[in-house]
Design a protein around this ligand. Sequence first.
Ligand code: NAI
Length: 461
Amino acid sequence: MADSPESSAEHDVVILGGGSGGYACALRAQQLGLRVVVVERGKLGGTCLHNGCIPTKALLHSAEVADHVRDSSSVGVKASLDGIDMSAVNSYKDGVVGRLYKGLQGLFSAAKIELVEGTGRLVAADTVEVDGRRLTGKHVVLATGSYPRTLPGLEIGGRVMTSDQALLLDDVPSSAVVIGGSVIGVEFGSVWKSFGVDVTIVEALSRLVPAEDEVLSKQLERAFKRRKINVRTGAKFESVVQHDDGVTVTLEGGDTLDADIVLVAVGRGPRSEGLGFEDQGVTTDRGWVPTDDRLRTTVDGVFAVGDLVPGLQLAHRGFAHGIFVAEEIAGLRPMPVVDSGIPRVTYCSPEVASVGLTEPQAKEKYGEIETYEYNLGGNGRSQILKTQGLVKLVREKDGPIVGVHMIGDRMGEQVGEASLTVNWEAFPDDVAQFVHAHPTQTESLGEASLALAGKPLHAHA
Ligand code: NAI
């Protein structure tokens, strides 16, 4: 479609957005011999690398180290916590991001993938325009991601911030109110408490991490109580007033909370406004771009990936979507990406990790189910690490394991085995016969399977 003098050579794939979904699609498409161009207005790597997963997990690691120092005497080590140096925390965090960013740029240049900087707009079903330059492709992939949402009456600015600004704080606040007790809320709440902040989390629903199996919410609330994190569930934000030395948050019903800062963590919305999607016939739903299971939008040749597509907003879902679409375009007929098979990890302390169906979801799907909860109290490695928690397995009655739900420090690292178990539709007997190394936390998955298979070892029948 060389309809303008500036028109570049035609591409096989034009990708709008260089975050997890977009860049994964580009790398895979290039491997498959497709001619690909990526349009990115910020930095290659997107939210996950620059404002999300990576920097927040670096903060959580600093937080973990602070907790270890604070608790050191309980394992016989003499050390004292003198304080948190936010500028050093930030240089550590920025160093991690910087190295990964450099690596990603290296991958792109080695693959000779063209990266066009600027804000792209869909101006035809096969064309993205960036600063007057038209990029045409046989296929277009929408990968513009999401942004932190707020609530009516909750203007972002000053002491009221989203995760974007909270990641840039150069001081440790003395107190914080976190609005929203799901993933972002509990991760930041956890970091700040470890840094010595007085934290109150306000969640409208009846429990923290409300998308998880209820047993994890209960355990997390208990653990947060032990950590003296204040949790207000069933409490809705109503208004906020900023004054010179702090903020006052009013909840529905009239209770007020005073703090230094407020974090708004009430979800992320789709980034699609003004990008021309609807004008070109792409059906959207409140800004999201719904797709079929092959990630096709309502316009032929236009795909959508990652956070823009309703469902789990996770970087690794974006990677999987991106790879899927590249392979689909190349005619490899890949297996669709199914949300329920995607592992989820929330990196607060203790960590929450899960894959597959919760107990109520499994009941609804299979009718009869069986569950087993293995308490980490019986797991040697967890005892050594002084963490509490559990592994809960959900299986279809006499059938495979369809859900794994875990809580405990470092249990996020066990999500790999959990994911293989669920996605390979393993039976408890299958997992039970694998020898799990001792003493590791993976044993807790083995022990839970042994128990469900009717032969518990370090557990009561
Ligand atoms: P979320 O959509 O998971 O949860 C928002 C929470 O805010 C809900 O629990 C909701 O009930 C609550 N809420 C809404 N209105 C409220 C009100 N008026 N008062 C009090 N509470 C209210 O959003 P979140 O935590 O902001 O995360 C956004 C996305 O980013 C999620 O999809 C999450 O999975 C993803 N993410 C993933 C991470 C990970 O995988 N470790 C880390 C951080 C974010």
